[in-house]
Design a protein around this ligand. Structure first.
Ligand SMILES: [Zn+2]
Ligand SMILES: [Zn+2]
Length: 406
């Protein structure tokens, strides 16, 4: 089978996961993928019995381990599991992405997990099982299945997070850690931050959206070279075929710096009291991703940026670039809200003229963008590509804010 470059987003959800948009069915997911320019998505939430039935109705098998919707979007069967357990005397809460090659595996895994939790109550089920035992179960169901620790640095639910995670992949997975070949960097960290961690030197850093609505799909994604098969994509995202990742500005993420939202306290690691307590209320601060990576890092950040905005490592790991969502770019350029009609109309005109949102945001020429919209919009898109933005960092569950320098 022929290989080509594919944009993949393997952390998505359906309307059956808690706090997701009620519009998230296969038709909406497919339309959003087309509009954004994504080639392969996960179904998300396959352990949910109603959603899995719907997937069986709405998707047809397209080849080895992939499924295709009526609109022509390719899907891989995937889900996120929230593992809640105790290990080495500490309470752990860890989110893990699971990819399986067919409905037989999805059914078998759901049967086994259904003995531990009510799978119909949440598309991203909370299960009392260790991350290791979940992984062993997933591989037992089908040896080709993939386990990827999700948003690995978030204080709550990240495998390496400060609140309920581990200090290493080794600590979590023991003798099976070699089978963990990729981690999801999450919105609050970028690959450069992950390149500082020794244990991640020979592991892939992948980026996906964790979208809870059609508009946020692909806010991060991974570009791979692969054929359209489960095994091809599995090998690609686990290190064999990553071309680059496309990232949120990590400062924008909800857990970038340290702080306390209630007390309005936001601190860089070097401003944080050594006892880790809030200077206002004296309770423990929520330590963000920058602090956590500082604590576990074996080397400082080393990056360089090309003229085209590609951020590279000194030892030729897959590079990455940064992106702001189209509606937010247009909102900045026009001075009106991202969900207004003005922004919607400009976005539609750009997509009609220049292809998908990502083709336009990443590749279209300044003059083509200007012709399809106006000078300010073109300047804003070019500024994002160069990284000319000002950012108020996120902390303690509060999103950061990106302002484009115009
Ligand atoms: Zn999660
Ligand atoms: Zn406080």
């Amino acid at each position: 089978m022929t290989t080509r470059q594919l944009r993949v987003d393997f952390h998505t959800h359906s309307r059956f996961a808690i706090s997701t948009s009620p519009s998230l069915d296969i038709k909406t997911l497919s339309e959003a993928a087309k509009r954004k320019g994504l080639d392969v998505l996960t179904t998300g939430d396959f352990t949910h019995p109603v959603w899995r039935d719907e997937l069986k109705d709405d998707l047809s098998e397209s080849g080895d381990g992939l499924y295709v919707s009526a609109k022509g979007t390719h899907f891989i069967l995937g889900t996120e599991i929230s593992c809640v357990f105790k290990q080495n005397d500490r309470g752990r809460r860890v989110h893990v992405l699971v990819l399986v090659p067919d409905f037989r595996a999805a059914d078998a895994l759901s049967d086994r997990l259904g003995e531990l939790a009510r799978l119909e109550s949440d598309g991203r089920p909370i299960i009392k099982i260790s991350a290791l035992n979940l992984a062993l179960m997933v591989w037992d169901v089908d040896d080709r299945s993939v386990i990827i620790p999700a948003h690995v640095w978030t204080p709550w639910y990240g495998l390496l997070g400060s609140k309920s995670g581990f200090d290493s992949i080794e600590e979590a997975f023991g003798e099976y850690s070699d089978r963990i070949r990729a981690v999801e960097s999450g919105l609050s960290s970028d690959p450069a931050m992950n390149w500082r961690i020794g244990e991640l030197d020979d592991r892939a850093i992948v980026s996906f959206s964790d979208a809870h609505s059609p508009g946020t799909m692909g806010r991060e994604f991974t570009v791979v070279t692969s054929d359209m098969t489960f095994d091809g994509l599995s090998a690609a995202i686990q290190g064999g075929g990553i071309v680059e990742t496309v990232e949120f500005f990590p400062e924008n993420g909800k857990y970038h710096l340290n702080g306390h939202r209630k007390c309005n306290v936001i601190l860089e690691p070097d401003e944080t009291p050594s006892d880790g307590r809030c200077p206002v209320c004296r309770r423990p601060l929520t330590l963000g991703v920058v602090q956590r990576i500082d604590d576990l890092a074996v080397r400082p950040t080393q990056v360089s940026m090309t003229a085209g905005g590609l951020i590279e490592s000194p030892d030729s790991r897959p590079p990455f670039r940064r992106l702001v969502r189209l509606n937010e770019v247009l909102s900045e350029a026009s001075g009106v809200g991202p969900n207004t009609k003005t922004v919607g109309r400009t976005a539609d005109a750009l997509v009609a003229e220049l292809g998908s949102e990502f083709d336009m945001l990443l590749n279209a020429s300044e003059s083509d963008i200007e012709a399809a919209s106006n000078e300010r919009v073109a300047a804003a898109i070019l500024a994002v590509r160069r990284g000319d933005v000002e950012i108020t960092p996120g902390y303690d569950g509060q999103h950061g804010k990106v302002t484009i320098t115009l």
